[in-house]
Design a protein around this ligand. Structure first.
Ligand SMILES: Cc1ncc(COP(=O)(O)O)c(C=O)c1O
Length: 465
């Protein structure tokens, strides 16, 4: 739906640049015409700037209203007489390296894994992923011929766009990242299969298989089956299956994800799989439970190393979670309450994107059924400019490039929108300013093109072919 004469002029300009001027259109859009159009949008932009706003769509965090949902959890351990786990373990005392049985059962049931294949860790799954790589660097994983740090080169496959903190771990350890494009149903599996088959320096791949960060898409059954049947050249290749949004549906529609671990087990390849999850966006980020699922061999190997590191994690928090949620159904019922709070936020942002940008096709975006993000692509070469315009107008966004290894999006177009933390009242102007900045950045690009300027080439880096 078009808003006003500015937007009509914008549409004409877009059509003209695309070589298909609208029927009966005004004279071809000249550099002057485009500059005049930019001036009109800039007036609107300046009026927002004068308001000295301080808005934020950068953080994938639950809002305070979501955190209130877990408040009763803080009281479930009030009785001192009953602080034992189901096997009698006194949760006030040392012990249970891999978590109390009740917590392993709860987290395993959410992932569809037996409790014996679970380790319940501390408060952060990202920390468990970091530790897993750190251990691999120092000692190798189960079946490693050598610790990874003794090898000349190690590579990880990184489906893009992806989660910046996965990439940061690789960068921290000097692991070379090889980008793999994402299709609608998951990573390009022809490419993944070929690369891991041919190159034994590829030791792992990062995957966020459900409501992926940032694209929101979920891997198809076929993609999961192909992962479960990979034949990597490296004997110690691992799939890092970060199921961070495993129960984070936004609507009543349950989005299924095939169980990678069980599929791999059917092929005798379960040692290839590390699954991670946490209750960060179920109970409390930073004070929830993190867990990993793995094969018998992997669990033994990890526990052997963990035993040097710690006597055990926070069992009181584990007990608190188990007593509060009770079981999988308890968690799912709780997640429906989260969905009720955040669904209107996603809907509002999507409505504004559609209203402001849908008419002219200068951006495309995801309409996720779950998770925490909307992923948007501007015209190539515009994302950084959009983010900087937003910043100047008081709207914080995730930096452009963050969804790519080394912070470099080769087409400078992907932007991650995080709608959960701001209130609805804050989201409306934030999303409107964001759309306005996209229009301005796009016109600037068109002016540059119309006047024959070359746009700055992006620094090149490898997207695997
Ligand atoms: C894909 C993904 N994995 C992991 C995390 C962090 O999880 P945790 O709080 O359990 O460390 C996030 C947080 O945004 C995420 O998006």
């Amino acid at each position: 739906m078009m808003q006003n004469t500015k937007d009509i002029a914008m549409l004409l300009a877009i059509n003209h640049m695309a070589g298909s001027p609208s029927e009966g259109a005004v004279s071809p859009m000249t550099t002057e015409g485009l500059s005049a159009l930019k001036d009109c949008y800039m007036k609107e932009y300046e009026s927002y700037k004068c308001k000295n706003l301080k808005l934020d769509m950068s953080r994938g965090k639950p809002g305070p209203d979501q955190l209130v949902l877990s408040a009763p959890m803080l009281d479930v351990l009030s009785s001192q007489s009953d602080l034992a786990a189901s096997d009698g373990t006194d949760c006030r005392n040392y012990g249970c390296l891999d978590g109390i049985p009740d917590a392993k059962q709860l987290m395993g049931s959410l992932l569809g894994l037996p409790a014996e294949n679970m380790i319940v860790g501390g408060n952060s799954s990202l920390n468990m992923m970091y530790d897993t790589i750190a251990r691999a660097m120092l000692h190798g994983v189960y079946g490693s011929p050598k610790p990874w740090c003794r090898l000349e080169k190690i590579k990880f496959l990184c489906p893009v766009p992806g989660y910046d903190r996965h990439f940061a771990i690789c960068q921290h350890f000097g692991i070379e990242m090889v980008c793999v494009p994402m299709n609608e149903d998951g990573p390009d599996m022809d490419l993944v299969e070929r690369l891991v088959r041919e190159d034994d320096s590829i030791k792992g791949i990062w995957c966020v298989p459900k409501f992926s960060n940032p694209s929101g898409l979920t891997y198809s059954d076929e993609v999961v089956r192909r992962f479960a049947n990979l034949s990597p050249k490296a004997p110690d290749f691992r799939i890092f299956w970060d199921d961070a949004y495993f129960v984070h549906e936004l609507t009543e529609e349950k989005v299924p994800l095939l169980n990678l671990f069980l599929e791999a087990k059917k092929n005798g390849k379960e040692d290839m799989v590390f699954v991670f999850c946490s209750t960060s966006k179920i109970s409390y980020p930073g004070s929830g439970l993190a867990a990993m699922g793995a094969s018998f061999h992997n669990i033994q190997n990890i526990k052997m190393q963990m035993t040097v590191q710690t006597i055990g994690n926070d069992k009181m928090n584990q007990l608190r979670h188990v007593r509060f949620f009770r079981d999988k159904e308890g968690v799912l019922a709780h997640m429906k309450k989260h969905a009720q709070l955040i669904r209107p936020k996603f809907q509002l942002v999507e409505q504004i994107l559609e209203r402001e940008l849908g008419f002219c096709g200068i951006a495309d975006w995801s309409n996720p059924k779950g998770g925490y993000f909307i992923s948007l692509n501007t015209q190539p070469g515009c994302a950084k400019r959009v983010i900087s315009l937003c910043r100047e107008a008081g709207v914080a966004m995730t930096p452009a490039g963050a969804t790519y290894p080394y912070g470099m999006d080769p087409s400078d177009s992907n932007i991650r929108i995080a709608p959960t933390y701001p209130t609805l009242e804050e989201l409306k102007p934030a999303a409107e300013i964001f759309c306005l900045c996209i229009k301005i950045a796009t016109i600037e690009k068109m002016i540059a093109q119309a006047s024959g300027q070359k746009t700055a080439p992006q620094k090149a880096y490898a997207i695997a072919q």
